[in-house]
Design a protein around this ligand. Structure first.
Ligand SMILES: *Cc1c(COP(=O)(O)O)cnc(C)c1O
Length: 381
């Protein structure tokens, strides 16, 4: 079987090469490399795609989280609730800003923040919740919104893996992921569902005053050049990336459909394997499958880990797979407080030993998937 990748950016590029090359060359011709018209146009087009929410472009998804928290005027020592089973970026900037990350265990089926666990972690210092829509499926936003409204907390949605997903409220209203809280953030890292050819990110908000503030903070705290109202940072989406993103945004829904079709192929072919759980689907969110993540049940007490063995066996056939994430955040050295007892997070502990993400991307072929499926059956025997 020819090269199977977790994402195949080259094959994707070749399919849209003409449009991409033209977009890149037009930026070269205009030489408007920073804050050029392509950035403004992309910002407007993404805003339209998201149903009119304000969009503030920035340099990457991690910066977007930082700028969101800075725009909400959180103060040193304020607590921010965050799932402990996510990419480090979500929690890293909380700590970087002198705020305190308070970890919440996740749900074993959805991998997202467990709303049952939120209330008992709330204190007088709690000011915000960052909910992550992990792997492409939204967290339970309706309950999170209720808790936040009741206790006056801000909500930031980390939509880095789920741009294009839709959330459905119990009254039938649907919202784009990232447009429900005070801020949504996203990343255009190449492997995300809307990826550029370098780094990029954006904030999303329905509140104009927050959009203005975020734009100012991302631009050295200035509204007028050389007049700095607040301490900000320098975080820009560059024009070449914006031009690429304008092309790829037009394909995003098509790419999402292709990811969903690939997920269905896996679902049907893998549902009869003992000790293997498919990714769950929930009524309140669709899934955009940035990752297709299965769980391979393994005896937590023994040293042998079936998931790790399956991963190595797949690798011998040239099939890549990834563990997102091998160590929950509460066990990362960077977040462990010396001398204090290690808190227990039973679900994320188990997940870190059992999750396995299989190759999924819009360009994956049926024969590649059939090969992966056949070898996965073998590896699970
Ligand atoms: C990718 C990612 C980020 C950070 O995005 P960068 O653009 O790499 O900074 C944040 N949160 C999650 C969940 C991500 O997957």
């Amino acid at each position: 079987m020819d090269n199977i990748h977790m994402v195949d950016l080259y094959v994707q590029y070749v399919k849209i090469k003409e449009e991409i090359d033209k977009a890149i060359f037009s930026v070269l011709e205009s030489s408007a490399f920073i804050n050029g018209p392509e950035v403004t146009l992309f910002t407007e087009e993404l805003s339209q795609y998201l149903g009119g929410s304000f969009v503030v472009p920035c340099a990457n998804g991690t910066d977007a989280i930082q700028i969101a928290l800075m725009s909400l005027d959180l103060k040193r020592g304020d607590e921010v609730l965050v799932p402990n089973f996510t990419y480090v970026a979500t929690a890293e900037v909380i700590a970087l800003l002198g705020l305190t990350p308070v970890f919440i265990d996740v749900d074993a089926d959805t991998f997202n923040i467990s709303v049952k666990n939120i209330r008992r972690k709330i204190s007088k210092k709690t000011k915000a919740i960052i909910s992550v829509h992990l792997y492409g499926q939204c967290a339970e936003m309706e309950t999170i919104l209720q808790i936040a409204n009741e206790l006056n907390l801000f909500i930031v949605e980390d939509t880095a893996q789920s741009l294009g997903a839709k959330y459905k409220f119990s009254n039938g209203r649907t919202c784009n992921a990232g447009t429900i809280g005070d801020f949504g953030i996203t990343s255009f890292f190449p492997s995300k569902n809307l990826g550029c050819y370098g780094d990029g990110g954006a904030l999303i908000t329905n509140k104009e005053e927050l959009a203005i503030k975020a734009r100012m903070i991302a631009n050295h705290g200035q509204k007028v050049k050389y007049y700095h109202d607040v301490i900000g940072c320098n975080s820009r989406l560059d024009s070449i990336q914006a031009a690429i993103l304008r092309v790829k945004l037009r394909y995003l829904d098509q790419y999402t459909e292709a990811r969903r079709r690939a997920a269905e192929v896996y679902d049907h072919a893998l549902n009869d394997i003992p000790n293997l759980n498919l990714p769950s689907r929930v009524a309140y969110s669709d899934h955009v499958f940035n990752q297709y993540t299965i769980k391979i049940q393994t005896e937590p007490t023994s040293n042998f880990n079936l998931r790790d063995q399956v991963k190595s066996k797949l690798a011998t056939y040239g099939i890549p797979s990834m563990i997102y994430y091998p160590l929950p955040l509460h066990l990362q050295k960077a977040f462990m407080k010396s001398g204090s007892e290690i808190e227990k997070f039973p679900v994320s502990d188990v997940l870190s030993h059992s999750v396995l993400s299989l190759p999924i991307h819009p360009e994956i072929t049926l024969s590649q998937q059939e090969f992966i499926i056949e070898k996965l059956h073998l590896a699970m025997k």
